[in-house]
Write a protein that binds this ligand. Sequence first.
Ligand SMILES: [Zn+2]
Ligand SMILES: [Zn+2]
Length: 561
Amino acid sequence: MAEVVGNGLKPFPTKKGLGEKKSMKVEFLGGVRTVTGSSTLLEKGSLKWLVDCGMFQGGKELEERNWKIQPYQAKNLSFILLTHAHIDHSGLIPKLVKEGFRGKVISTKATFDLCDVMLQDSGHIQEMEAEWQNRKGKRAGKGEAVPLYTMKDAEKCLRYFQSVNYDEILHLADGVKVRFRDAGHILGSAIIEIWVEERGQEKKLIFSGDLGNFDQPIIRDPSIVEEGDILWLESTYGDRLHKTREETVQELLKIVQEAMAHQAKVVIPAFAVERTQDIIYTLGQFIREGSIPPIPIYIDSPLAISATEIFKKNPDCFDGETQDLLSGGENPLDIPGILYTQTTEESKAINEDPGPGIIVSASGMCDSGRIKHHLKHHLWRQESHIVIIGYQAEGTIGRRIVDGAKTVRLFGEEIAVKAHIHTLGGFSAHADQRGLLDWVSHIHNPQLEVFVNHGEEKISMGLAQLINDRFHFKAIVPQWREKRVLFGDEEKVIPEERVEERLPSEESFTVLFKHLDRTYKRLRRKLKREKKRGEDFYDSKRLRQLEEINKKLEELEEELE
Ligand SMILES: [Zn+2]
Ligand SMILES: [Zn+2]
């Protein structure tokens, strides 16, 4: 296989002598014991880089981590290897660039194209959320909220991207080689192989990224990897078995036919990338085969519309079946009856149309975006069908619907859940337990070490146990911010006290200073009023109170030294 430095990429410089003799280190910055915030920091001598730089989503406690990014060492990083465009893998890149990252973000071309729209969309969401919090916060007298990053920041970060091809070995730095392989998860998704020189010996790290299923349409199957020393393995569905693709497709067909018979609508919350295109492909297949007549299919998500365009622009990532359809003059993503709705007016008009139809909208976990409006319209209708096809994280509205909630809260209103709720696991973009174990079984190295990541804690633990039992590989589930030495005889886990203190973000200070300013102003106003009150109000109790305040202020002043 040809060894190249892809598309004009020059090897990144390393400083000789700086910790060269020491073994490589890793720090788990995210995507451990949770499915979000995927990021791993690797250190080899003076060279530092990340694999993925994802955003944490799902609850205040997790999302707080998006602000504390000092451990990512933005300024000191040479590059970021990006497995794919999903926000839980790419979403903090704009923030890192904002904090001084000036290296390269290395990804496939399709991942770059998708990041172009997805990161800007994410910036837009951040801005909207800060605005909403400010409106709410003002009424509650709270400090000003700032967005994590803006659409502009997201646009700026794109100039640091560098696309590379699948299957080429890239010589990135002294003793560091990298190869992107197809992960079959979403368009452009990659498994990343990294060869590092360790005390004169070559060792290989494998990052599975998010692994896809073997029989999903449009994109290719995951590549098989046969060699490696340390594996980072995702575990989203490490505890579950999906139904087969064929069974799932038949189930969807039945749901659509039933809805048509009752003049009802089918609502499908879907991630804008991959799930939406997969559904378009499948519905197109029903129409091509004559199983259903062309009925209105609404793709109601501006991001999904952009993503579909990107799919059409990257046909080299398609599998054989889709390539055949294309060369036969048929684009499986252009089907009769499909309506792409861009504006909010068009979106609202969908529910005024009384006939049957299929609404595909984002977000996939029902927590934001236009899908919430469609759920509000259809959840309480007995004749409507809601089809859940993607992963629903803990704490999301989608998860509550799947778990059988009788009502859910949407736009401040309790909405009854009366519609037919279906969960179709076979459309998942993630391999199930069987798929993951099968993929791992191809690696022949009895000494293989496995870090199980990208999964809820219990699921990752369960999968690690299975891997230990079945293959006798050493599989462990790391902790968030755990540091380890990767090779060598040294003690592997770096003890807690050597983990440097987490530094708070600049934003936290800005917000706090503003709050302090306001408190201080209020205090000044109260004191002024006090002085004006006159002797009628002065008694010994008042004197003690003022003495007490004076003492406290002096103490506070000292504390700021
Ligand atoms: Zn993903
Ligand atoms: Zn993921």
